[in-house]
Write a new protein. Structure first.
Length: 320
């Protein structure tokens, strides 16, 4: 079948479904990334609608947003017929406002500062919120081991391209840093009941922070929302900053200044767990590429890995 005709058919059926079940009168509908769509109504209102396979993921967010009244936190809104969600096509669909805005760019210092301040504001205004749902708490060690498993699944690619040494180095550093984090995290900060009153966004990529033409910043995409120590969000955010600040510890210290000594040490150790590099590697390998493209990517990866190893040495020197 012709791809464009198939997409048009899908959009047409969805538009009819949204009208029937949500009283949403759609003029145009465009795929952002299935199952996420940008909608324009007959009254020129713009929305984003997103489908969720798991009811619990959508329901958790709805309950959270009900307790939050902050303009920079982009939550769900009811459909015109007052429904909080509609079910069909194998998904639970939720509606949210559309922002005329652009995503932040972590190459820019002003955008790094904007993301950091917005994330700090998020942690501050959401602390203490309680919702009636079975919340999943983030298990950072488990997350790191799941990422390590992704790396192990691509071992044959690295063997076939003559990069077994690179494979072993990354695997060994992952295991060493996880062990170091565990030994430093005593008593475990996760056992502190105060952290059950803290919320983590869970995916602080630059595309989840938007800036509009009035310089207002918005946070979006709370699918990974969880109760966890704020340090988890900052580990991920600072890892995303590292390539753009030449892996400078001095620069990192200008961003995060409010942590206790223990949290600082855990943050630094967490930054040396190369989950971010493996994440990008995994996303690359699951898409089709020629052998030459893969070898070129491995070359870029190797350069990034050498920079990361130097950073690990810097961190260890400071920790000692």
């Amino acid at each position: 079948m012709n791809r464009s005709k198939r997409d048009d058919s899908t959009k047409s059926r969805l538009a009819s479904f949204f009208l029937e079940e949500g009283d949403l009168k759609i003029a145009t509908i465009n795929i952002v990334k299935y199952p996420i769509f940008k909608l324009k109504t007959v009254t020129d209102q713009l929305y984003i609608i997103k489908g969720y396979k798991q009811f619990s993921v959508m329901d958790k967010q709805w309950k959270f947003f009900t307790e939050v009244n902050q303009s920079f936190i982009t939550g769900f809104i009811a459909f015109p017929n007052k429904k909080h969600f509609i079910e069909g096509f194998g998904y639970y669909w939720a509606l949210q406002p559309y922002h005329h805005a652009t995503k932040l760019d972590y190459q820019k210092e002003e955008d790094r500062q904007a993301a950091l301040q917005t994330l700090t504001d998020f942690h501050e205004v959401t602390r203490g919120i309680r919702i009636d749902t079975k919340m999943s708490q983030t298990d950072i060690i488990g997350k790191w081991f799941r990422r390590l498993e992704k790396w192990r699944q691509t071992k044959q690619i690295l063997i076939n391209t003559g990069n077994l040494v690179l494979y072993s180095e990354v695997e060994n550093v992952m295991l060493e840093r996880i062990d170091l984090y565990r030994s430093e995290n005593t008593p475990e900060i996760e056992a502190n009941k105060l952290y059950l009153l803290n919320w983590n966004h869970g995916d602080v990529a630059s595309h989840n922070f938007l800036r509009d033409n009035r310089n207002r910043i918005y946070m979006i995409d709370f699918d990974l929302l969880s109760n966890a120590p704020p340090i988890y969000d900052y580990i991920q955010l600072c890892q995303r900053f590292l390539p753009y600040i030449d892996h400078s510890l001095d620069q990192l210290f200008t961003y995060i200044q409010t942590f206790s000594l223990k949290e600082w040490r855990l943050l630094l150790i967490g930054l040396t767990v190369p989950t971010d590099l493996i994440r990008e590697w995994w996303y690359y390998t699951i898409r089709p590429h020629t052998e030459a493209e893969i070898e070129a990517y491995i070359g870029q990866f190797s350069i990034s890995w050498q920079e990361r190893k130097k950073f690990v040495d810097q961190v260890d020197t400071m920790l000692k």
